[in-house]
Design a protein around this ligand. Structure first.
Ligand code: MSP
Length: 642
């Protein structure tokens, strides 16, 4: 019996184009929704737009448009963005739709019937960008406690919702439902907040017209947050489609940014209690994507356009970065370098390379057909990976779930090094079939598990394994052994071509603290050529290495890492590189400036202790000593070593 699963994103303000902060929430919700579909659940995934309020009315006025004409345009842009990112919502709700207006009006009638609505005088402070009222005591230095911006004094007639009445029942609910507010830090904040006491909430305005009039007093417009939160029940069919409503309400997860947890975990459940409706099961407040130290936001103007990133790097790379980079729940800084690094390291090297090496070896060693195995070394980890992904997603640990899948990919790559299938082939070892089957089957399981997160790569993997499309795969397909023996692989283009940045023509990296365990750079960069049966490389392959003389111009210790130094290396022609190198136990920073070194200049950048390192210096190491490789006589910085 499939379980039903309802997940929502916040409904976005259509007051400007959306940025990757908004895409972050939506892509995460999409991945979770897709995962539940993969499990066979009956999923209802809803997103939409929050279109009323003074801010929109003002903005539209400024550009000489009616509010509806203004939002129509932005909403169609938002829909298009979700299409670009492959968002699979089942409903897109706009608060300007009549199905929603009817529900909001009925909600106000019911609040009144319950004795929870009364007319009074509102005195306080209002923050327009946050659409929030504040009493004097909550202001910070006279400004809005959420955004720090100025607030305006308000004194007017307003309807109030008896929020104070629900403080106790809410606390009881939170205490008896430990999973209701997640992660636990936000739960604790909310408990604190409610314990300080809840004041009744002003829920109507008379100072603007762009909104839903109260049925009992149409001079008053519904407060935007009551209007907005109610979208969740409208979308589920409240009052209009009882069967659907019973099926899809309460929501399993309201996924929201941490700044609006208070609305979802206090005001919204109080309204639902008043309406005698069941409460959502989980309100999950994720962290922010920051640009530098600051939250990315339209009002600050520090935003990144997701479309541009998709054009440059493809939708899978952008989705992967958003889902993987930041531990879900925490804040994290966005940088394009990190996106490139993630794509090159995880997707191009680890995943892409595994696929090209595997299909290349099957072509060469078993005439392109999947061989029959007699045993498996990777099956245990593959089965365990399925369990881990399920378990982590159950707890909404999105980035950890993705990381678990890549553990399998990494293990499979390492397995190639360990087993050296070209040697098994040469010596006619019967284990060759086991190894190749293990690799191909691990890739297939990976494709199934990745299918909620990435949209194109799983299909490409299926295609290259000779299995058609991964579309329609279910979690049952992640069970080991689904790859039919005898399938003809169809080797294709690399699924994630490495992203070359301008600098990288002459540039690159060090992986100082990874050490010699990582496979040789040539093998990573040139998968097809690398699987040489003899283990020898050609002169062409050697020439792919860009080895250069550089002069160290500065050196300092890396905080918190005993083995690492951060070096600035001059490579001539104004090419100054930052290199993180594991030589701190052998050289003091002050003795290094002026020293010439040999740098592998075209290694992919690597982030080490938060510093992006653009090259690796060569050194010889014994158990006693470590010696940097230097030219015998000084050479101009940048000289190529051949
Ligand atoms: N309209 C309200 C929500 C009403 S829900 C009933 C709103 N809209 S918003 O357009 O400002 O979008 C808010 C959501 O976008 C945040 O809660 C968060 O989920 C997401 N994000 C916006 N900027 C973000 C970051 N910089 N980082 C991560 N998420 C961000 O608030």
């Amino acid at each position: 019996m499939p379980e039903r699963f309802t997940i929502t994103t916040p409904i976005y303000y259509p007051n400007d184009r959306l940025h990757i902060g908004h895409a972050y929430t939506t892509v995460a919700a999409d991945a979770i929704a897709r995962f539940h579909r993969l499990r066979g659940d009956d999923v209802f995934f809803v997103t939409g737009t929050d279109e009323h309020g003074q801010k929109i009315e003002d903005r539209a006025g400024k550009v000489g448009k009616t509010p509806i004409a203004y939002v129509d345009e932005i909403v169609s842009d938002i829909r298009d963005l979700w299409q670009v990112l492959g968002i699979s919502h089942d409903d897109f709700i706009r608060t300007t739709e009549s199905r929603h207006e009817q529900v909001v009006q009925e909600v106000f009638r019911r609040l009144e019937a319950k004795g929870d609505l009364y007319l009074s005088q509102y005195e306080g402070w209002y923050c327009t960008p946050c659409e929030s009222f504040w009493v004097e005591g909550k202001l910070v230095d006279g400004n809005c406690p959420t955004c720090g911006g100025p607030v305006a004094r308000l004194n007017e007639e307003s309807y109030f919702f008896r929020l104070s009445r629900y403080a106790e029942p809410l606390l009881q609910h939170i205490e008896s439902h430990p999973d209701f507010i997640q992660p636990v830090s936000r739960r604790n904040e909310m408990i604190q907040f409610i314990r300080q006491g809840l004041e009744d909430l002003s829920v109507s305005r008379t100072s603007f017209r762009w909104g839903i009039p109260l049925p009992q007093d149409p001079r008053h417009i519904a407060y935007v947050w009551v209007d907005a939160l109610t979208n969740y029940i409208t979308a589920c069919g409240y009052l209009q489609d009882p069967e659907r409503f019973n099926r899809y309400w309460p929501a399993d997860v309201h996924l929201v940014g941490k700044e609006i947890v208070r609305f979802h975990a206090v005001i919204w459940p109080a309204l639902l209690l008043s309406l005698d409706l069941p409460l959502p099961k989980v309100v999950y407040g994720h962290g922010w994507l920051l640009l530098g130290e600051q939250k990315m936001s339209k009002s600050r103007g520090n935003v990144i356009d997701p479309r541009q990133l998709v054009r440059r790097y493809g939708r899978d790379a952008v989705r992967y970065y958003l889902l993987r980079e930041v531990p879900f729940g925490s804040d994290g800084s966005y940088t394009e370098d990190a996106l490139i690094l993630r794509t090159n390291v995880d997707l191009a090297n680890d995943l892409g390379n595994l696929l090209s090496r595997t299909t290349a070896m099957i072509e060469r060693f078993t005439r392109g057909t999947i061989p029959a195995p007699s045993g498996s070394s990777l099956r245990g980890l593959a089965d365990e990976t399925v369990r881990r992904v399920l378990e982590r997603l159950e707890k909404l640990q999105v980035s950890d779930a993705v990381a678990a899948i890549f553990e399998l990919v990494k293990r499979a790559n390492k397995f190639i090094e360990e087993e050296a299938p070209w040697q098994l082939h040469r010596s006619g070892d019967g284990r060759l079939g086991d190894v190749l089957y293990d690799l191909a089957e691990s890739l297939r399981v990976t494709a199934v598990l990745l299918s909620p997160f990435l949209l194109d790569a799983p299909n490409a993997i299926y295609r290259q394994l000779g299995l058609g499309s991964a579309e329609g795969a279910t979690l049952a397909d992640a069970a080991w052994g689904g790859l039919p023996v005898g399938t003809k692989v169809e080797r294709g283009e690399p699924i994630f071509p490495r992203i070359e940045t301008e600098r990288e023509d002459s540039a690159a990296v060090a992986e100082a603290d990874k050490g010699p365990a990582s496979p040789p750079a040539t093998e990573k960069a040139a998968p097809a050529a690398a699987a040489d049966e003899t283990g020898m490389i050609t002169i062409d392959e050697f020439q792919r290495l860009d080895l250069r003389v550089g002069t160290i111009v500065a050196a300092s210790r890396v905080k918190g890492a005993d083995r690492l130094l951060e070096l600035t290396v001059d490579l001539g022609e104004s090419d100054l590189r930052t290199i993180v190198s594991g030589i701190a136990e052998h050289y003091r920073p002050e003795e290094l400036p002026g020293t010439q070194i040999v740098l592998v200049a075209n290694l992919q950048p690597a982030k080490i202790r938060g510093i992006v390192s653009h090259g690796m210096i060569l050194a010889g190491k014994t158990s006693e000593t470590l010696q940097i490789v230097s030219p015998r006589e000084a050479l101009p910085a940048g000289t190529r070593i051949k």
